[in-house]
Structures are given as C-alpha cells and as structure tokens.
Design a protein around this ligand. Structure first.
Ligand SMILES: [Fe+2]
Length: 188
C-alpha cells in the first residue's frame, strides 16, 4: 500500500475518535483541488445525520465519521478498484493504531461496500452506502458545479445521479433529497 502511506502519516491518533477528527486532513490532501473533496464533505454530512437517526454513539459514531472521510481515498491509486484499495488501507491503519477489532471490521466493511452494487454487512456500511448516494444526488453538491459544467459533463453527472437515486429508493429515503431541484440544475 505504498501509495497511500503519505495519508497514514497525516494521522497520529490511536483511537477511532481521534482518528475521525484528524481524517479531514486526509480528504484535503487527497482531493482539495477536486470535486471529490466537496463530495466527501457531503458524504460525511449525510453519514452523521443517518448515524444520529440510528442513535449511534461513541466509537460507533466515530467509525461512521472516519469511514466517510476516507471512503474514496483509494481513488488516488485506482478509481476502478478504489473501494477495495481503501478498505485494505483502513484495515492496516486502524490495526496498527490498536483500534479494537470490532471497530476495524465495521470501518473496513463500510469502505469496501459503499458502492452502488455492493452489499454492506453492518448498519454502518448501509449508512455509508446510502450517504454516498445521497451526496451525489444532493442539490447542495450538484449546485456548486452544474453552472460551470459543459453540456456533455452535465449529462454524465445526470447519469450518475440516476444510478445513485436507485440506491436512495432501495433504502426508501427519497424524503431526504429534493431530486427535482437536482435535475433542474443539471438540465440547465
Ligand atoms: Fe463517494
């Protein structure tokens, strides 16, 4: 995992709580010049909101926050295999910091299975998978970029939104996003 070592060096924490507070630095280092940074922030927002709804507290809440901040970190190595690459990095990092094994496996499952066609094994995994989909469909995110996108790119984003909206429907959480606003922003 040579390519991701520079991100491990930004994190000094030895508990999931401290690591979750340091994790924005990883997202910033990886994506600050890129839409992926704003995407990640939005995933954190939705993950925390869903975690509060489920009454997750303490380390369970910090595991959600940490996983959300780093879920796309593998994209810096290979976008196609990013979920698996990120999961391996998370596992190595959290184990090396002495984080309890139950928390390690929750975070690893969440990062590994956040994609559209994945099946997470834990509540945390489902939270992250839904949060990732909500973040893509979110007018708060789309609105930042839609005005400056070329028509071809707007069509690509629209396709991505349609795909991720299926995940939102799968969880029955269409109540959380005003999809019409997002579509309007993209149709120009
Ligand atoms: Fe994502």
């Amino acid at each position: 995992m040579e390519d991701l070592r520079r991100f491990s060096e930004l994190l000094h924490g030895e508990s999931i709580e401290t690591l979750s507070k340091e994790a924005p630095a990883v997202a910033y280092e990886a994506f600050h010049s890129d839409w992926l940074f704003h995407h990640t922030e939005r995933v954190v927002f939705w993950s925390q909101r869903l975690a509060e709804e489920k009454n997750l507290r303490g380390d369970s809440f910090h595991a959600v926050t940490f996983s959300a901040w780093v879920h796309d970190i593998g994209r810096t190595v290979d976008p196609e295999r990013h979920a698996e690459i990120g999961a391996v990095w998370v596992e190595e990092l959290l184990r090396s910091r002495g984080v309890p094994e139950n928390i390690v496996s929750i975070a690893v499952d969440a990062v590994r299975n956040h994609g559209t066609s994945a099946t997470p094994k834990t509540d945390t995994g489902h939270i992250l998978r839904l949060a990732d989909a909500l973040a893509v469909c979110d007018p708060m995110f789309v609105g930042m970029y839609a005005p400056v996108l070329e028509e071809e790119d707007r069509k690509k984003v629209l396709k991505m939104v349609e795909k991720k909206w299926k995940v939102v429907e799968e969880y029955g959480r269409e109540d959380l996003i005003d999809l019409r606003t997002t579509i309007r922003l993209l149709e120009g």
